[in-house]
Ligand binder design. Structure first.
Ligand code: ATP
Length: 271
């Protein structure tokens, strides 16, 4: 299959309603929605609109979802790519691909560029990494910095990047005028897990009436939003396999066990 540089979605349906919990992060990122919708209001007194925001937090906590919701709320095109794909698939052409991406985003502005796993490109320069040549990665990173610095004040393209390794990032990325806003996206607490369950129970055709969502939230400490989405889907499959008409408590508990098993395996490989 042909490697794709980036995805482009000009009709994003995701909104803040799809993002459960994360009240603080949503409040902070609302500012970016406003910048995209009414830039004139903000630049009236000579202020400059920020060019970038960095979402920092563990895997599966909704960083991509939140960035997409910004595009949906502001009704602007969403250009997205993953840093790791970038380094692995575009050896020798990373910098020119970055140029292409920014060119297209500018043509469609106001718009959002979302870079997932920015650490794959944005690791501190001069430190080795394991994928691809380091020169190549540095060229790509330099091009990204150049593009962000080159934005005029009224370009109205905002770059949102995500990472779970803010500590390894090149400090140059965080300088004023680049990713100078950082937003933390943490694992959900019990109340937030309940809200995430509610979101992901929506697509399930029939949930047993007596299902206690608070109980499920209490049974899933340490689960991310992605893990909870997974639990809901697994529970629906488990119930269907049994030929049940509704998804019930035991199906959810079995699904939780299965996900916990998967998480334990993953951790074993790492340590
Ligand atoms: P990664 O670091 O692995 O890229 P991420 O933080 O970008 O992860 P997402 O890709 O946004 O996480 O989350 C994966 C899926 O998990 C989402 O599409 C959604 O279904 C679910 N999810 C995660 N967080 C939330 C949340 N806060 N509310 C509702 N659903 C969530």
């Amino acid at each position: 299959s042909k490697a794709k540089l980036f995805d482009q979605n000009t009709d994003v349906k995701t909104s803040f309603k799809d993002v459960a919990g994360l009240e603080g992060a949503k409040e902070e990122i609302q500012e970016i929605v406003d910048f995209l919708k009414t830039p004139e209001k903000y630049t009236a007194l000579g202020g400059k609109i920020p060019k970038g925001a960095l979402l920092v937090g563990p895997p599966g906590t909704g960083k991509t979802l939140l960035a997409k919701a910004v595009a949906g709320e502001a009704k602007v095109p969403f250009f997205s790519l993953s840093g790791s794909d970038f380094v692995e698939m575009f050896v020798g052409v990373g910098a020119s691909r970055v140029r292409d991406l920014f060119k297209q985003a500018k043509e469609k502005s106001p718009s959002i560029i979302f870079i997932d796993e920015i650490d794959a490109i944005g690791r501190a320069r001069g430190k080795s990494n394991f994928s691809g040549s380091n020169d190549e990665r540095e060229n790509t990173l330099n091009q990204l910095l150049t593009e962000m610095d080159g934005f005029g004040t009224n370009t109205n393209v905002i770059v949102i990047a995500a990472t779970n390794r803010a500590d390894v990032l090149d400090k140059a990325l965080m300088r004023a005028g680049r990713f100078d806003r950082q937003i933390y996206v943490d694992l959900p607490d019990v109340r937030e897990r309940k809200e995430i369950f509610e979101v992901h129970l929506r697509p399930i055709k029939k949930v047993a009436e007596e299902l206690d969502i608070e109980f499920l939230a209490k049974q899933t400490p340490g689960f991310s939003g992605a893990d909870i989405a997974n639990v809901c889907n697994e529970a629906a499959l488990i119930a269907a396999r049994k030929g049940n008409k509704a998804v019930g408590k035991q199906d959810f508990l079995d699904a939780v066990d299965r996900i916990v098993g998967g998480l334990e395996k993953k951790n074993k490989i790492i340590t």
